[in-house]
Design a protein around this ligand. Structure first.
Ligand code: 2IT
Length: 445
């Protein structure tokens, strides 16, 4: 039998100075421990001890030259966490604060998220402490080439298939794929998020944001509600926020905020015209990591150095970084009458925030369920690559919609409490975990 505190004490001892990983691990273990303790097969197979340990962690040195011909050294990583369900699959994050602990938390979450999609994908994550902020396009290209020169030794279309995450979008995937091809001379589905016309899937750029809104739409339906007239706060302004804003306005909701490290924009008229939405892409492409120019351009309010969670809204969608919504932010949202919270960033909410929403019986969806649309369409990109074929955007969008609906149903099935409240965190963790645990039992050690 497993005991949560003694199991986690051992995990902490073995993984010092990795607080984000410990946070993600504790949440999953707390959700599934009763399921494990009541299943003799899981106990005999020591499933928790085995699932918590990554299959392997690869770190490598990335040397590149900046525009002043000065040498730069960064650290690259790939965490190949678990391949019980399929090839390791998960994004690459380029961000100044990336550490091994960050990528272990993301890789661990990815195992269960990928399982929830029902597509055959294991869990992995990688990246570097390289910051794209303020870099020229040429510098980004040189970094990507140096990074892939090392990474290509460890990946392959049936082994490990990276994609984008923070700081890695279509441009970076292009440079990474170009270098992979130069070295290996292969046109395969070794990366997803590729460009349209050279192996990319339609709807992949929008998929995380669209998927989160499809999930939210199911949540609303479950509660006899709809998007019509809802005021929404979104954080971030990158690829995920862009997709979320686009779909929310198509579904009849009004998004009033986006944010960056510099503060947040409050646009009372709604971020809903093609011009405003397209401008978000320009902001990201500028490599400046600020949102203030949006407020200037469209005559909206800019609130410097603050987060959007102080605005009165019906729904909140954190779409930026881990732990971006604290316990205090949650109290503020609750005080202002928030009705639903849909975590779209990976582990966007601190444990205290989740606890506050759940205590107030506000439906709260965790990232590993709500943001799974991105990796789901990556899985569909792999299928198309394996067939050397492309599906239409309608076909991909329809499949994405179906997948998000199924994930919602799985959360409801495993997460319904005695009082009728749906604990989406527990539901997602149990539903995602069971498939991986069963596969590990069936495959032996
Ligand atoms: O967090 C995520 O699910 C992603 N960054 C997408 C991963 C992928 O392989 O598409």
């Amino acid at each position: 039998m497993y005991d949560l505190d003694s199991f986690m004490a051992e995990v902490e001892r073995k993984n010092p100075a990795q607080p984000e990983f410990i946070q993600a691990a504790r949440e999953v273990v707390a959700s599934v421990i009763d399921t494990v303790n009541s299943n003799p097969l899981y106990l005999k197979n020591k499933i928790l001890d085995r699932i918590i340990e990554p299959d392997r962690i690869i770190t490598f040195k990335v040397e590149w030259e900046d525009d002043n011909h000065e040498l730069q050294v960064n650290r690259g990583y790939r965490v190949q966490y678990n391949n019980a369900l399929g090839p390791y699959k998960g994004g690459l994050r380029f961000h100044a604060n990336v550490t091994l602990g960050t990528l272990k938390f993301l890789g661990f979450e990815q195992i269960f998220k990928n399982s929830l999609t029902t597509l055959p994908m294991g869990g992995g994550k990688g990246g570097s402490d390289f910051s794209p902020k303020g870099k020229s396009d040429q510098e980004i290209m040189r970094f990507c080439r140096a990074f892939m020169t090392e990474l290509q030794k460890y990946i392959g279309p049936d082994t490990d298939v990276p994609a984008g995450d923070l700081g890695v979008g279509g441009r970076e995937i292009g440079y990474l794929y170009g270098q992979y091809k130069k070295i290996r001379d292969e046109n395969t589905g070794v990366l997803t998020g590729k460009g349209w016309g050279w192996g990319g899937s339609l709807v992949r750029p929008e998929a995380t944001g669209f998927g989160t809104m499809y999930f939210a739409s199911e949540m609303l339906k479950e509660h006899g509600d709809s998007f019509e007239g809802k005021r929404i706060a979104i954080s971030g302004f990158g690829n995920v926020a862009w997709g979320a804003v686009t779909k929310a306005s198509q579904l009849g909701a009004k998004v009033v905020t986006i944010s960056g490290p510099d503060g947040y924009v409050l646009d009372e008229e709604g971020i809903n015209t093609p011009e405003k939405i397209a401008y978000m892409l320009e902001l990201r492409a500028s490599n400046n990591d600020i949102v203030a120019p949006y407020a200037e351009k469209f005559g909206a309010k800019f609130v410097k150095g603050r987060k959007p969670w102080e605005v009165k809204v019906d729904m909140a969608f954190p779409c930026a970084l881990q732990n971006e919504l604290t316990g205090e932010d949650a109290e503020m949202l609750i005080k202002n009458g928030v009705k639903y919270v849909v975590e779209t960033s990976n582990m966007g909410c601190c444990p205290e925030a989740i606890e506050a929403f759940q205590k107030a019986r506000i439906p709260f969806a965790p990232g590993k369920a709500a943001n799974a649309g991105g990796v789901a369409v990556s899985g569909l990109e792999m299928s198309q690559n394996a067939q050397h074929y492309n599906w239409s955007s309608e076909e991909v969008d329809q499949k994405l919609h179906g997948i998000m609906k199924n994930i919602h149903n799985a959360c409801v099935k495993e997460g319904r409490c005695a009082d009728g409240y749906i604990d989406y965190v527990k539901g997602a963790n149990i539903a995602g975990f069971k498939k991986v645990a069963d596969a590990m039992c069936q495959q032996g050690y």
